[in-house]
Design a protein around this ligand. Sequence first.
Ligand SMILES: Nc1ncnc2c1ncn2[C@@H]1O[C@H](COP(=O)(O)OP(=O)(O)O)[C@@H](O)[C@H]1O
Ligand SMILES: [Mg+2]
Length: 293
Amino acid sequence: MAIKKSRVEGGFSEDAIEGLAKRVEYLEDFRTGVLQMVKELESSEEELASAHRLLKETRDQLVQSSKLAALGELASTLAHELSQPLTIIKGVSQNMIGSFNEGSPDHEKLTLIIHATKKMETVIKHLRIFSRKEEPVMEPVDLNRVIKEAFVMVKGLLTDNSIDVRMDLSPLPRVSGSPVRIEQVIINIVTNARDAMPEGGVLEIETRAEAVNGRPCAGLTINDTGAGIPVENLKRIFDPFFTTKGPGKGTGLGLSISYAIIKEHGGEITVESVPGRGTSFHITIPAIKGTGK
Ligand SMILES: Nc1ncnc2c1ncn2[C@@H]1O[C@H](COP(=O)(O)OP(=O)(O)O)[C@@H](O)[C@H]1O
Ligand SMILES: [Mg+2]
């Protein structure tokens, strides 16, 4: 009834029109409000997603460090417990081998034993790096120089395997580091690249001055054109003892040691890989304060 009353002939009363206009205005405001809310929701969804990503990365790093910490404990015990009996086995075998003619079955057996003990010694030496008892001696290091020195050692390894080496080194800020350990990281990565390119290929080593979260760093990228790493393995390659190489060929320690060494230098090591195309390792180590660009 109330509606009828407010009607005038041929249309709506002014009151009704005003009321409608107000409603339209209100609805417009409401729509803008809803759109705003949707926008905010979208951006908080993005924030949530990036927080989630960050959390996942941190969790992965935590898992990695706790694995390394556990390995550190195990490593120092193992290295200690195994070294002594191993020295005895090696010493006695080396003594005994002199009493047999070269080429005789006993001589061959002892050669095998000595060879095996040498391999075990290498593994023990690797394991020692994990035990916190052996702190590295840190000094100002020019990463380019360490790379050049490491390549004196691995060059033959690469050229023998028809691997073309391309080096592109730029001036870098100095880092605080252990040249021996950084060299070990480079050798580990290059050896893996060699293994991934049995038919030959290209190995690229590139250095650049970089900034990570605003902090000057020395950056190193090592690319290979090898087999690549299947996505299901990417997460595991830094795990101690993870190897896809056959028995006697891989220890699965190279990259976990490299990871530990780079962490020890306050740096980061990441990997990207396309199966069938190749793999790229990227390392950053913070510059000594005051030497960055
Ligand atoms: N450049 C690479 N290309 C392809 N796969 C790689 C590369 N580097 C590492 N990997 C993979 O990561 C695994 C772990 O490497 P690492 O820790 O050095 O142990 P290992 O070389 O003894 O197997 C390798 O077995 C291999 O599957
Ligand atoms: Mg290796």
